[in-house]
Design a protein around this ligand. Structure first.
Ligand code: GRF
Length: 218
């Protein structure tokens, strides 16, 4: 079953582009029915428009009521009847009134390794315990904390920031001399195929009428 996918973006939109390209190549079992952005001028908007995807930009004005703004964002997404809403580089923390509107079909991409729970640590595939790095500076924080390995996670969104059932992860080793930019680029290179895989697995499960629940992956 081809899913209807809404994608929320704030920045460069390279994950969005990967989804657009995969769809064109016949490698994505989902149609991007809408792109939602909160940053006027974001590169992601140009990518969406070039692909002729209906695109909405709704910035959060300084001093505005966040819950009201979030309700409006949800009101704008809903008419597109998405099966899945993916935060692919969406940089705003969304309040519970938004999260509840799309639960459990609201997914987030996070550029670090997250555990299953709200635990403070994550155990890597080879058994090393590292801090769970949450928040909007996860790549910078990985370098600051000196972790040997970081990565990326796709999880279902809950009202807790960067906490929720994990659908997929990839580990990425930190290299000597890495900068935030070089490390983030390697993480994004891992994220792009991962998000396509996750969406295809969810589409396959929906086609079988099974509850959408992707196997955990490293
Ligand atoms: C990704 O690393 C994602 O995990 C994080 O923001 C980045 C988005 O990159 N939340 P892009 O805009 O898709 O290039």
């Amino acid at each position: 079953m081809s899913l209807r996918l809404a994608v929320m973006v704030s920045g460069s939109g390279s994950n969005l582009q990967a989804l657009i390209d995969a769809r064109r190549a016949g490698d994505l079992d989902a149609r991007i029915v809408a792109v939602i952005c909160d940053q006027p001028g974001a590169q992601a908007i140009g990518r969406a428009l070039a692909a002729r995807i209906p695109t909405i930009c709704l910035p959060l004005r300084k001093g505005a009521d966040r819950a009201q703004w979030a309700a409006l964002v949800a009101d704008l997404i809903e008419p597109f009847r998405p099966d899945l809403v993916l935060m692919a580089g969406w940089m705003r923390i969304m309040p519970a009134n938004f999260v509840e509107r799309f639960t459990p079909d609201l997914l987030n991409q996070h550029p670090a390794l997250l555990p299953e729970t709200d635990a403070d640590t994550y155990v890597t595939g080879d058994g090393r315990e590292i801090p769970a790095i949450r928040g909007s500076h996860a790549v910078r924080d990985a370098l600051r904390l000196g972790v040997p390995v970081t990565g990326c996670t796709i999880h279902r969104v809950t009202p807790l920031v960067d906490v929720g059932p994990v659908l997929a992860r990839r580990e990425v080793a930190v290299a000597p001399g890495d900068t935030e930019a070089t490390l983030h680029e390697r993480i994004k290179a891992a994220e792009r195929p991962m998000v396509i895989d996750v969406i295809n697995q969810l589409a396959a499960q929906a086609a079988q009428g099974r509850p959408v629940n992707v196997d955990h992956a490293r």
